[in-house]
Ligand binder design. Structure first.
Ligand code: 13P
Length: 256
């Protein structure tokens, strides 16, 4: 059975001191999270402060929101996997639609990032999702399958078992308009079928596929009710400790 995973993507929010404050408040509300996994993904500049602020018994682990594929070198402004590892990150978000759209990241670059993360035993959380015009043109399946195969090219079965996928339709992000759980279930089924074809049915059954896009306290239960949805990648709602704690509580209620 796949354990439910809730990831909070803070995006470009919170200074280091604000981040520590948020984590202190969240830790009071969520001292334990039995039965589910919870990951916090603050900005690079707050990773150290968050690691320091987490109580020793914290149920939360740390992720970064991006990485560069080289370990070091003349790449001004970039951050590498070994740097993230040393800060205590265990996972890293790769290929978020904001990186694809605003920073022109290609599937080939995203693939290099996935492979770099795996080389350093960081668990990649690979984001996939279609835009509204792509959906309206009936291209959802083609787009997410292309992103999946492009992003995971050259990944072994063992590597794949370290990966989490997050289906985040671009049109559902940030606007309060979440995708209907039924549509999400169909896309997740399709992704699992492609994984079964490429990496085998064991891998397809093992990999966690999250949903992201306007996840809230009121809709998360509907997503987690689908056996195809193994958790959520939460944006806006993770910045409020009370909302995020409620989402974690609901995930625990849905735990398998
Ligand atoms: P929102 O939950 O704010 O829509 O953001 C979703 C997202 O992009 C998470 O990575």
């Amino acid at each position: 059975m796949r354990r439910i995973l809730i990831v909070g993507n803070w995006k470009m929010h919170k200074t280091a001191s604000e981040a520590a404050d948020l984590v202190h408040r969240l830790s009071v509300l969520v001292p334990k999270a039995d039965g589910v996994d919870v990951i916090l993904a603050p900005p690079f500049t707050a990773l150290h402060a968050v690691a320091q602020a987490l109580p020793r018994s914290s149920p939360f682990t740390l992720a970064a929101q991006n990485l560069h594929w080289e370990d070091q070198g003349a790449f001004t402004g970039e951050v590498s996997a070994p740097m993230l590892k040393e800060l205590g990150c265990r996972s890293v978000i790769v290929g978020h639609s904001e990186r694809r759209r605003l920073f022109r990241e290609s599937d080939a670059e995203i693939n290099q990032k996935v492979l770099a993360a795996l080389r350093h035993e960081l668990r990649p959380i690979l984001c996939l999702g279609e835009t509204l015009p792509e959906r309206e043109a009936g291209r959802t399946e083609e787009v997410v399958t292309g992103q999946l195969l492009g992003g995971l090219a050259g990944t072994s079965k063992d590597g794949l078992l370290m990966v989490t996928l997050s289906y985040e339709p671009v049109w559902a992000i940030g606007g309060g308009r979440a995708a209907p759980p039924g549509q999400v279930t169909l896309v997740h089924e399709r992704l699992r079928a492609v994984i079964a074809r490429e990496w085998g049915s064991e891998a397809a059954q093992a990999i966690r596929i999250l949903y992201g896009g306007s996840v809230s306290t009121t809709n998360v239960g509907g997503f987690l009710a689908s056996p195809q949805v193994d958790g959520a990648l939460v944006g806006g709602a993770c910045l409020d400790p009370q909302s995020f704690a409620t989402i974690i509580g609901l995930a625990q209620g849905a735990a398998r």
